[in-house]
Design a protein around this ligand. Structure first.
Ligand code: ADP
Ligand code: MG
Length: 722
């Protein structure tokens, strides 16, 4: 019955915010738990600092002697912060993080405890790799995996009730040197951009070119549910989303929540959360309510892609831990509540360096605009050529519920440029912006066109991949996902396009063309080949779904089963191999890991669906039916005839639900599949449909069965009571 539900409601409505200390000034807490360059400068000799700074800035190898010095300084700092353990933290092919903790302590022959931390311990750890997914990259008997510090990402202290630990951001590889993680490919993709961008910029006459990197600012959406409700929802606890739940009476018009007042308990949580982030050097910048009730967003200021990716993972961990401290369960699932707005993670992405600046910023000088046009053109080509790959990098059972639903980007990858920029590219394609036609006026005209102000009114929220003034925003990424996969794909496709552009540009320049004519000739060809991917209209519309596929030749891949096989495309294999980002075996292993995760997620949900329907919902329905029939019968013996349509409806839906449960139970017994594609298809086409059948009857029962018998907290309770 709902005794525990009622108790939860009472407890929550009477709850006071968890008190926290008075917020400390930013200057006191900013990066206080980070062993960053500033801290190294304080504690290292001039020479050692110079060496480590060079490594951080340029990725140069760190020599053994310097590593020892850095390790000793890092240890002293960590001990002064109360740490007794250190851990190489790494990012396996799942969306999670992994860590293994080791003590600084060693004992001397005399029995004294001393602490030790050498350069080689800093640089290399050796966790047992066999329990992390590896595709078929490593034979199970060769379980050795290595972690190694990535000095471009600073070490930090993680405070938990369990004590303080020095965390060392690391790569994770097999003993044969293959990447088993998400960081190695990201670092390699940055190197690929650097190489290809330098070639193009050199052709464009740039002489001084600093190392290039991509930047990432990720907007993280999430839900908060009181943990007292969550405790009686096994689906939320085990699958991260509700597998049952009728739509609340307060319709789907939740617009009033957007930017609305944040409940006090949530405000206190947010302030605590952000202070934790500041201590870790994560620049939390904006927070607000999101579209749905109980949904919120946090967006840190953008950083270099590699650091941003590590910080994103850390942010998710801190989010969950801090929520718990305040009595909430933080839901990072892409669609925790059916029929309610889902959660995404908009990945804002740009590329640049210290000398040329942000190459996706149109700026307002014509020469810079030419660089901008080339880099923007490279993105257009990349999304067109590798759209299916981008879709595959964000494919998961959870994100499938969100993509294509009415508040999230469609599962068709197109590029939104905004009216002005779209016109510039179309004009280049049509030759109407050709230098010979426009003469000297062109440069001036172009600079005026591109010096546009960023107009928030001009935003197209329905596009999965949108230009937003000085960056692209990949909006189809799911809220629980690592940003690394999308960043690797974007960086690599950009490098590939820059390579294509470089070759064409070189040929044009060899014809004695000036830079402007050469750029226009290359972009004209690029637009003819790839301009089809540009779309400024309504991405949610039925019409676009039809047109995109039939007229534009774009792919619509609604489920992970459709999307993941892009990893096996010859073009994708060649892309990663040519740019030295993933070898064919490394790519293959990712395909295996992701498809296994998809299948596993759906199997877990199917089992939970069966369990919750059988052991909680059916008994509740039967108990109510017993009450009804007893009443109807005793009324009848007293000569009162009662309408039995409610009882009938309970019986019919409960029976139908159990038939659907039987069908689902039978379906999950099927285990023989020729290939993993077949198994994924079976999950998408058969298992998901059968789960929905069970849910349909159960949700109907929720609207008929007496509230006092209903076993699970309802949508309205979980979403509105804070
Ligand atoms: P929105 O209006 O899209 O919700 P937000 O302010 O919530 O915008 O988030 C925008 C994100 O984009 C922030 O993380 C911001 O730091 C980031 N960003 C801004 N400029 C760039 C850039 N040049 N490259 C990458 N990210 C950027
Ligand atoms: Mg936003």
């Amino acid at each position: 019955g709902n005794a525990s539900r009622l108790a939860a409601i009472n407890a929550i409505t009477g709850a006071k915010p968890t008190s926290t200390e008075m917020p400390a000034p930013l200057s006191e807490i900013w990066a206080s738990d980070v062993f960053n360059l500033a801290r190294m400068e304080e504690s290292l000799s001039k020479n050692a600092f110079k060496a480590i700074k060079k490594t951080v800035d340029t990725g140069a190898l760190l020599d053994g002697a310097t590593a020892d010095i850095v390790a000793a300084a890092m240890k002293d700092w960590a001990l002064s912060k109360g740490a007794k353990f250190f851990s190489h933290i790494f990012y396996p092919m799942t969306n999670a993080t992994a860590e293994k903790h080791d003590g600084f302590i060693i004992t001397s022959p005399e029995g004294n405890a001393i602490t030790e931390f050498t350069g080689s311990l800093l640089i290399k750890g050796e966790p047992d790799g066999s329990s992390f997914p590896n595709g078929s990259l490593r034979m199970t008997n060769a379980a050795r995996g290595y972690t190694a510090w990535d000095p471009t990402s600073p070490a930090y202290i993680m405070n938990t009730p369990n004590g303080a630990t020095l965390m060392i951001p690391s790569v994770f590889m097999s003993w044969t040197g293959e990447a088993l993680d998400k960081k190695i490919p990201l670092l390699r993709s940055i190197a690929a951009i650097n190489k290809e961008a330098k070639k193009v910029l050199t052709l464009m006459g740039e002489t001084e070119i600093a190392p290039l990197n991509s930047s990432c600012g990720a907007e993280q959406e999430y839900f908060l549910v009181d943990e007292k409700f969550a405790a009686s929802r096994p689906d939320l606890l085990l699958a991260g989303r509700t597998l049952f739940g009728a739509s609340p009476a307060k319709g789907q018009q939740f617009d009033d929540h957007y930017f609305g007042a944040i409940p006090e308990r949530v405000q206190v949580f947010m302030q605590d959360f952000e202070d934790q982030l500041y201590k870790l050097g994560i620049p939390a910048k904006t927070h607000h309510n999101e579209v749905a009730p109980g949904q919120f967003e946090i967006a840190p200021y953008y950083e270099a892609a590699n650091v941003a990716a590590d910080h994103q993972q850390l942010l998710m961990t801190v989010l969950k831990n801090t929520a718990k401290k305040h009595g909430f369960l933080a839901l990072l699932h892409e669609k925790p509540f059916a029929g309610v707005n889902g959660s995404g993670k908009h990945v804002n992405w740009s590329v640049g360096n210290a000398t040329q600046g942000n190459l996706l910023d149109p700026g307002n000088t014509p020469e810079k605009n030419l660089n901008f046009l080339l880099f923007c053109g490279a993105v257009i080509r990349g999304v067109h050529k590798y759209g299916p790959l981008l879709r595959a990098t964000i494919a998961s059972a959870a994100n499938d519920h969100r993509l294509g639903a009415n508040e999230a980007p469609p599962a068709i990858l197109s590029v939104y440029l905004g009216d002005q920029l779209e016109k510039v590219f179309k004009d280049i394609q049509n030759g109407s912006l050709e230098p010979s036609v426009c003469g000297g006026v062109m440069d001036l005209g172009l600079s005026q066109i591109l010096a546009f102000t960023r107009d928030p009114g001009d935003r197209n929220r329905t596009s999965p991949f949108a230009f937003t003034g000085n960056r692209f925003e990949f909006r189809a990424v799911g809220s629980s996902q690592s940003v690394s996969g999308p960043l690797v794909a974007m960086n690599t496709m950009l490098a590939d396009s820059l390579n294509w552009i470089g070759t064409k540009l070189e040929a044009e320049l060899a014809k004695d063309s000036d830079h402007t004519s050469a750029v226009f000739a290359v972009l004209k060809e690029l637009m003819e080949l790839h301009g089809n991917v540009i779309f400024g209209g309504d991405g949610y519309s039925e019409e676009w779904h039809k047109k995109a596929v039939e007229e534009r030749g774009l792919q619509n891949t609604p489920t992970t089963a459709d999307a993941l096989p892009a990893f096996k495309d010859e073009a994708v294999r060649a892309l990663f191999e040519k740019n030295d980002v993933l070898s064919p075996v490394e790519l293959e292993s990712r395909y295996e890991v992701y498809s296994e995760q998809y299948i596993l997620a759906i199997e877990v949900e199917a089992k939970l669906t069966i369990d919750m329907a059988t052991t909680s919902i059916y008994p509740a329905a039967m108990s109510y039916l017993a009450d009804l029939t007893t009443t109807i019968n005793s009324a009848s013996s007293a000569g009162i005839s009662l309408d039995n349509s409610v009882a009938n409806s309970v019986a019919t839906n409960a029976d139908a639900m159990m038939k659907a449960v039987a069908a689902l139970s039978k379906a999950i017994q099927v285990h023989e599949f020729e290939c993993v594609e077949g198994h994924m298809r079976y999950c998408a086409d058969t298992i998901c449909g059968l789960m929905n059948d069970v849910r349909g009857y159960a949700d109907t029962l929720e609207t008929i069965v007496t509230d006092s018998e209903w076993p699970f907290p309802k949508y309205a309770e979980m979403l509105f009571i804070k």
